[in-house]
Design a protein around this ligand. Structure first.
Ligand code: TRP
Length: 463
């Protein structure tokens, strides 16, 4: 039963039943078991709707969705497999924070990160690209009293080619690793891509190795970074598999149906996969790094569409005796065609690939980047452009590091002083050297380097 409304009604009925049994002065065991059932149902309800059950207050946004994920809201769809909205400005992230029950990254948190690390916050933090979090203050409290943590992020290798959007979490994770000086584990979910896509196991595994090169090229410290393929590590690490099984035992089919929208015709691999994405959140999944310690706190930088996995993880963690992982969520990287949707690795023109040549970058931006400019130069000069929907401007907020220059571009574009062609030129000149430098670094990543990063081993870790 996965509709929030159904569950709400059952809960109301169960609440009445408990009262009735108590009023009848029923025997203790009977009261106890009715209360236990009520509590379990309340947990299911919270997971399904993100809201606490309150008698007399039906769930909001129910619309009879008995198969879709619980988080669909009006036009914005955000879940691990689909991100779309009807607004050209993109998804309404403030609403998403409320719907997911996470916390907004306020200026105060950004300032605190600066204080604790003694470093200027990354521009992704300064500009609200990482915009939401769970328990980040706890990470900082602990860090200030010299208790370290580790980072966990991942990638689903669905093809050999990655685009610039895929770099966002990794660029930010690299910065976090540098400023906090902490170990990092990177999960390559080749198993997930095999289960969801029409790909062979061997292809998925090959993509893992290809993508690992791009990840390594972001500059991670080999002494502090472990990258693993699920297909390899699951079989090689008894500790990891034990955690997978623990999670599997504590999450019901009802719950994953509610969180992920699985239906009766999804293969059973999909249904149990969330436990595999949860396991790296617990430090004893990596005994070679943390020994048998299960109390090293985990921090997960990821795009907000991955949050359902970690809501589930945070829900089970205390029930299996582990700490809840903390999270930092990013917004989505828009497709060249506009912010209505996330980029697709299967549409070559929807994004800039890490393999694109300078010429391809120039052509793609000029031809495909959705413009917030006016149709004619005269009109544009008179009325100005709209940077809020302009994809070239959005890309600059991701990749142009100079705050002042970015602000000047924004103002000049809005006033009409800067034309669309000039804005695009600016983006092209920012992307070309960035991608070329990435390609140079990737060339230096040998098979041996990949093997080194992917070998289970001790990492530098000062707890
Ligand atoms: N499911 C993610 C994807 O398809 C991959 C992933 C696994 C991940 N673990 C993660 C992403 C942790 C962010 C954080 O891309």
């Amino acid at each position: 039963m996965s509709s929030p409304m159904d569950l709400y009604e059952q809960l109301t009925a169960q609440g009445l039943a408990v009262r009735h049994i108590k009023a009848q002065k029923g025997n203790k065991a009977e009261v106890e078991s009715a209360v236990q059932l009520l509590l379990r149902m309340k947990e299911d309800y919270k997971l399904l709707t993100g809201q606490d059950y309150q008698a007399g207050r039906p769930p909001t946004h129910t619309e009879d969705d008995d198969s879709g994920p619980a988080e669909d809201d009006e036009d914005d769809q955000v879940n691990p497999w689909n991100v779309s909205t009807s607004s050209a400005k993109g998804v309404d992230y403030d609403k998403l924070i409320v719907r997911f029950g996470s916390c907004k990254i306020e200026q105060e948190l950004v300032d605190r990160i600066a204080r604790v690390t003694g470093k200027t916050p990354h521009h992704f933090l300064r500009r609200g690209i990482f915009f939401s979090h769970r328990d980040m203050h706890q990470i900082l409290d602990a860090y200030e009293s010299r208790k370290s943590f580790y980072l966990y992020t991942g990638r689903g290798p669905s093809s050999g080619a990655m685009h610039v959007g895929h770099l966002i979490p990794f660029l930010f994770t690299k910065w976090l690793q540098d400023v906090f000086d902490v170990p990092l584990v990177v999960q390559m979910t080749d198993d997930e891509k095999y289960l969801w896509k029409d790909l062979s196991l061997e292809d998925c595994h090959r993509y893992t190795l290809e993508n690992a090169r791009d990840i390594i090229a972001c500059g991670f410290d080999p002494d502090k970074t472990f990258i693993f393929s699920d297909l390899d590590y699951m079989g090689a690490s008894p500790s990891f598999y034990r955690n997978v099984v623990k999670v599997q035992k504590h999450v019901t089919f009802n719950q994953v149906k509610g969180i992920f929208g699985f239906t009766d015709s999804d293969c059973i691999g999909k249904i149990s996969f969330p436990a595999i994405q949860a396991a790296p959140s617990f430090s004893n999944s990596f005994p070679q790094i943390f020994g048998d310690r299960n109390d090293v706190q985990c921090l997960i930088p990821c795009a907000i569409d991955q949050d359902p996995y970690f809501r589930m993880t945070r829900d089970v963690a205390p029930r299996i005796g582990y700490l809840k992982p903390a999270l930092l969520h990013s917004t989505f990287f828009p497709a060249l065609q506009g912010a209505q949707t996330k980029m697709s690795a299967s549409d070559a023109n929807s994004s800039i690939f890490l393999t694109d040549t300078a010429k391809q970058i120039k052509n793609k931006v000029n031809k495909h980047a959705f413009s917030g400019g006016k149709d004619t130069v005269e009109e544009h000069r008179k009325l100005g452009g709209n940077p809020d929907v302009d994809v070239s401007f959005m890309y600059l907020t991701f990749f142009l590091e100079d705050d002042e220059q970015l602000e000047k571009i924004r103002q000049d574009y809005r006033s009409g002083a800067l034309l669309t062609g000039e804005l695009k030129k600016c983006l092209i000149e920012t992307l070309q050297p960035m991608i070329a430098a990435h390609q140079e670094r990737r060339k230096l990543v040998t098979d041996e380097t990949v093997r080194q990063f992917m070998t289970p081993r001790k990492l530098l870790f000062n707890c």
